[in-house]
Design a protein around this ligand. Structure first.
Ligand SMILES: Nc1ncnc2c1ncn2[C@@H]1O[C@H](COP(=O)(O)OP(=O)(O)OP(=O)(O)O)[C@@H](O)[C@H]1O
Ligand SMILES: [Mg+2]
Length: 278
């Protein structure tokens, strides 16, 4: 349709001014995400990964100063009004966070929450239709017995299943871009592998672009086809996943890789021994 990538980020800089002075926490970041592509953003704690994702979502805190360009499908997002940006969030870009409990309301059933999220972005949808969308979305993320589980509350699900609920909520909105910020960090390793498989599967089946943010290179290894490595706000290395893993150019990337010496062994082991988290 167009020659635009799904997401095009150029010269993105995010900074804060505090009593101690001004600090840029994201510095001149630039990358493209093709339609249906999967980009991993990797770096240690404090490297600016979350600030990058929050800047894309237009959800930076009040004190933050942002410059540079963020284009979705060729449309500049940084100059949009809050109301226009709201329409883009949820409808076109959706986010999955580390801790699904903080994003789910304990007083409503998961079905109600998925249905309401869906209804808030669509006009003229009945409750019954939205409930069916919720059940379908839960089935798509492999929650067994979805027609019954739809009426359960968040606390009735395990951590891994709650993350599946969050991903179901994201899916029900049919976004073009899913940003997952440390989606598996709070989960144990077996469940991590299942959630990563699920994200990869969703990307394959829906054609949505995916940005996967993590401090753990092992996590992106199977899912991302492009990798951006960040350190203290700087982009230190960027390339295809294969190139970054097999032939890292920056010492920092090598250090991150050394921290996960048995990526292939571990992932292979997890894949063969993992059971459904229920
Ligand atoms: N409101 C704020 N005011 C000032 N500095 C902030 C603010 N929010 C974040 N920062 C700083 O921005 C830097 C980048 O933070 P960010 O949350 O993007 O890191 P991260 O790479 O996501 O780390 P983690 O892996 O721990 O999630 C950090 O040094 C952080 O202290
Ligand atoms: Mg973060």
């Amino acid at each position: 349709m167009t020659g635009h990538p799904l997401l095009r980020v150029r010269d993105l800089t995010v900074g804060f001014t505090t009593a101690a002075g001004h600090t840029d926490v994201v510095k001149h970041l630039a990358f493209d995400l093709p339609r249906g592509g999967a980009l991993g953003i990797v770096g240690e704690s404090g490297s600016g990964k979350s600030m990058t994702s929050i800047a894309i979502m237009g959800l930076l805190p009040k004190g933050a100063k942002r410059t540079g360009s963020i284009e979705l499908d060729g449309r500049e997002l940084t100059t949009l009004r809050e109301r226009e940006m709201q329409a883009i969030r949820g409808d076109r870009i959706a986010m999955v966070f580390q801790d699904p409990l903080s994003s789910l309301n304990p007083y409503y059933t998961v079905g109600t929450q998925i249905a309401e999220a869906y209804r808030s972005h669509r006009t003229g949808v009945t409750r019954r239709e939205a409930r069916n969308v919720a059940i379908e979305a839960m089935e798509r993320v492999h929650i067994r017995d979805a027609a019954r589980r739809v009426d359960h509350y968040p606390h009735q699900f395990s951590g891994g299943m709650r993350q599946r609920v969050m991903i179901a909520m994201t899916l029900s909105m049919e976004p073009d871009l899913i940003i997952a910020d440390e989606p598996t960090t709070a989960l144990d390793v077996t469940v991590q592998a299942q959630i990563l498989d699920l994200l990869a599967e969703i990307r394959r089946d829906t054609g949505a672009g995916l940005i996967l943010i993590t401090h753990d290179l092992a996590v992106v290894s199977e899912v991302a086809d492009q990798i951006v490595v960040m350190r203290e706000g700087d982009l230190v290395e960027q390339g295809t996943a294969e190139r970054v893993f097999c032939d890292p150019q920056a010492d920092y990337t090598r250090m991150l890789l050394d921290a996960v010496p048995r990526i292939d062994d571990e992932i292979g082991l997890l894949r063969t021994t993992s059971e459904e988290d229920r």
